[in-house]
Design a protein around this ligand. Structure first.
Ligand code: SF4
Length: 364
């Protein structure tokens, strides 16, 4: 096996690797085709610091108001040993939960150490799988290998055990109005929940049990109709699990990613940082704005180069093989002759251009 540690350290400019958490791991699945993100994440580079150094600080982060509201809602749902949550599971989802035990794994005997908490999580999950003991495990501390390094997952979910099967419960503070929630927020929650399902499955496998004993159906708990009343919705995260598995496997093959890079490449702060980042090809899409710290830098670059991805992932996919807006326009107005593989796309572009011109004439 190739020892990639010295190369990864050089890429980080000697800085310690940045730890992943569920949010950053979930974000890996939102743009799996991006080599830039793949390299930065595999090396454990602090993308937030790199983006700030480049003058394009990350465009996201929750407001203090949203954090406070989220914490209050979570505390309400979990109060009294999860009483409200259990009522939801029984009534809303029709689950037959006979008797209830609630274990909070956030602190072990006054110690918040991650190793200690992780080993208690292991112990209680092992007992639940073997004897069916325990119902709600709040703040389980799970672990996943990311590019060869262990990542501890921020414990903001509950593992729920019923009849020897474990479910992940994710509590979010965005509202479900008339049975509908913002699709982007649901998709982000599903990606994040899939990280927990995967980590829990790996733990279950390590404990010698069938990983399928962790359900692919997660339970999303949100406030309903602008009130604080919680509602529960089951979500199937199999598609997210499939993407996550592929993406993590790709990060594990870090030696292949490194082989394509110059031997002296480093993301150390300094005058050459922007050029170093540009060495690794990005795959910008507007969706990056909500999921990757590098988004503003990559958007600026994509716009400057006139990349089709800057118009949206669907546009880039529709124009497969055409990298820039300038090339698409030239093919559409016939000033550029298409290569054989672009002949069909060029024909469609010319047709679209004709239709547009006719519509504009009709409008006049
Ligand atoms: S913002 Fe840039 S680095 Fe991040 S996923 Fe998008 S294209 Fe890749």
């Amino acid at each position: 096996m190739i020892d990639t540690a010295p190369d990864l350290e050089r890429l980080r400019g000697g800085a310690p690797p940045r730890n992943h958490d569920a949010r950053t791991i979930a974000a890996l699945t939102s743009n799996p085709g991006c080599a830039r993100r793949g390299v930065l994440d595999a090396a454990g580079v602090d993308k937030d610091a790199v983006a700030r150094e480049l003058g394009f600080p990350a465009p996201f982060g929750q407001s203090q108001f949203a954090i406070t509201r989220g914490n209050a809602f979570e505390a309400q749902v979990k109060a009294d040993g999860g009483a409200e949550l259990l009522a939801l599971l029984r009534d809303h989802l029709g689950l037959d939960v006979p008797e209830v035990a609630y274990d909070d794994l956030e602190v072990v005997a006054g110690d918040e150490g991650r190793e200690l908490r992780h080993s208690r999580t292991r112990r209680l999950i092992a007992r639940a799988l073997e004897t069916g003991a325990g119902t709600l495990f709040d703040h389980p501390l799970l672990r996943l290998e990311i590019a060869g390094s262990p990542a501890y997952l921020e414990p903001d979910v509950i593992a729920f055990q019923l009849a020897g099967r474990l479910h992940v419960i994710e509590i979010k503070s965005f509202a479900v109005v008339d049975g509908q929630a913002e699709p982007e927020q649901v998709a982000a929650a599903a990606r994040q929940a899939a990280v927990y399902v995967l980590a829990l499955r790996r733990l279950v496998a390590e404990l010698g049990h069938d990983p399928e004993r962790v359900s692919h159906e997660v339970i999303l708990v949100c406030p309903e109709n602008f009130s604080n009343r919680p509602t529960a919705t089951p979500i199937d995260v199999r598609p997210q699990l499939a993407v996550l598995g592929r993406q993590l496997a790709r990060l594990t093959r870090v030696d292949e990613l490194l082989a394509e890079l110059p031997d002296d490449l480093t993301f150390e702060p300094g005058a050459t940082l922007a050029a170093s980042v540009r060495t690794v090809k990005a795959r910008y899409a507007p969706e990056c704005i909500s999921g990757c710290e590098m988004a503003l830098f990559c958007r600026d670059e994509a716009r400057a180069c006139g990349e089709t991805g800057a118009l949206g992932r669907s546009v880039r996919d529709d124009l497969g093989g055409i990298d820039t807006i300038g090339t698409a326009l030239a093919l559409a107005d016939g000033s550029l002759a298409p290569s054989d593989d672009l002949a069909e796309t060029a024909e469609q572009l010319r047709a679209a251009s004709r239709l547009r011109a006719e519509a504009l004439r009709g409008g006049v």
